[in-house]
Write a protein that binds this ligand. Structure first.
Ligand SMILES: C=CC1=C(C)c2cc3[nH]c(cc4nc(cc5[nH]c(cc1n2)c(C)c5CCC(=O)O)C(CCC(=O)O)=C4C)c(C)c3C=C
Ligand SMILES: [Fe+2]
Ligand SMILES: [Fe+2]
Length: 369
């Protein structure tokens, strides 16, 4: 297999460390065409849909893409911001804040980048840019606290596929999960307490996680257990009694059974059972996105009110929450143990020089900016 062209190795090159915060991805604009391109890449990933390829190709191209793209585009339009898709805006802000937080913790020379598994900025483009910049140690930090083959596993596929074409591969640390990380759980707790302080408290707290096909649990995917562990730790820290919270799974796709109980019917049933005021949080999503802002805060809210509920509170994701940024910094730090994260002034000057040369060479070869 031919490898990508690389400049000859230079003795004395000062290499540096980087953290890449990777999220799922999102369309470039809330239009049918852009959503179709995004869904095509996302839903063609065999980690996401495990149906035999030939059969799935016909379903995807004959039914899903023609029908879902327009409907999804309308939903995206309802949550779009002036700065773009909420998922990309929050992930990009988190990367910037993480860089600042790492600097404050004595890791000022760590580069922090944001990448998307599907769509832009694409993970291969970001990894190529980091290499051109002289980053020789890379932490890949998925934006998913709970590991699932469908999400984190797919990010790893993309990382491995990229480096298969590279001769001189950087040292890599792949963060698998942080569903039980103290800083993450504490950030969730603080987020909920702040919401209760500002808006009052519901009779019950629904913790809604993105679903996956039930089959994946039976075949060894730890996602379900990790969601429940997050919920258990959070409930314990909030001193919630078992009857004060419930774990549900949302965003079911297709006809197969997914993890249960499903969020929407559970919330409707809670309203029918007499719950008048409800709080819903989505602890598995670290940035607000279509699945939280539209599905939960609009659709599920409607289901609750239509069934007799009176007061529905969606508690936003961690987004730019300072406790969360501190937790991200701690997670990154724990994975960089032993790596140089600060340089001497001379090393910094040399590295800048190398990075400028590397970037010029990469740009000359047509690499993305
Ligand atoms: C087809 C199966 C899907 C699986 C399996 C799946 C797992 C999964 N997804 C997330 C996080 C997100 N998913 C988002 C959107 C989204 N998810 C699916 C399908 C599956 N997800 C689709 C088709 C879509 C697109 C929107 C739509 O048409 O309904 C998002 C939001 C993206 C955004 O742009 O805002 C996130 C985030 C997790 C964590 C997960 C498994 C654990
Ligand atoms: Fe999804
Ligand atoms: Fe389980």
């Amino acid at each position: 297999m031919p490898f990508a062209k690389e400049p000859p190795h230079q003795h004395g090159t000062v290499s540096s460390s980087a953290v890449v915060l990777v999220n799922l991805g999102t369309p470039d604009e809330p239009t049918r065409g852009a959503v179709r391109r995004y869904l095509k890449q996302f839903l063609s990933d065999p980690r996401v849909v495990e149906i035999p390829r030939a059969v799935w190709w016909f379903i995807l191209h004959g039914i899903i893409l023609p029908f879902r793209s327009g409907a999804s585009a309308k939903k995206y339009a309802s949550i779009w911001t002036r700065d773009g898709s909420p998922l990309r805006v929050h992930t990009s802000n988190q990367a910037m804040l993480l860089h600042e937080a790492l600097g404050e913790r004595g890791h000022g020379d760590v580069t922090v980048a944001m990448a998307m598994r599907y769509g832009s900025p694409s993970l291969p483009d970001v990894l190529a840019r980091l290499k051109a910049d002289g980053c020789d140690r890379i932490v890949v930090l998925p934006a998913y606290p709970q590991y699932s083959g469908t999400t984190t596993g797919s990010i790893w596929d993309a990382v491995f596929a990229h480096y298969r074409k590279i001769r001189n591969i950087p040292e890599l640390r792949l963060v698998k999960n942080y569903h039980d990380h103290d800083g993450y759980i504490e950030a969730l707790r603080q987020n909920i307490l702040a919401h209760w302080e500002a808006h009052g408290r519901g009779e019950k707290l629904v913790m809604s996680f993105h679903g996956v096909p039930k089959r994946t649990l039976l075949l060894g995917d730890p996602y379900h257990c990790e969601c429940h562990k997050t919920a258990r730790l959070l409930a314990a820290r909030l001193k919630l009694k078992p009857e004060e919270y419930i774990v549900t799974f949302q965003s079911r796709f297709g006809k197969a059974e997914w993890l249960q109980p499903y969020t929407a019917p559970t919330v409707a049933q809670l309203a029918k059972d007499g719950v008048r005021r409800l709080d819903v949080i989505c602890p598995g999503f670290t940035s607000d996105c279509l699945e939280t802002l539209e599905e939960i805060a609009m659709e599920v809210r409607h289901d609750f009110l239509a069934n007799g509920g009176e007061d529905f509170h969606y508690i936003p994701c961690l987004n730019e929450n300072p406790d969360w940024i501190a937790a991200l910094a701690e997670i990154a730090e724990q994975h960089m143990i032993g790596w140089p994260t600060m340089m001497t002034p001379t090393q910094r000057t040399l590295r800048q020089h190398d990075a400028d040369k590397g970037r010029e060479a990469a740009l000359a070869k047509g690499a993305p900016q």
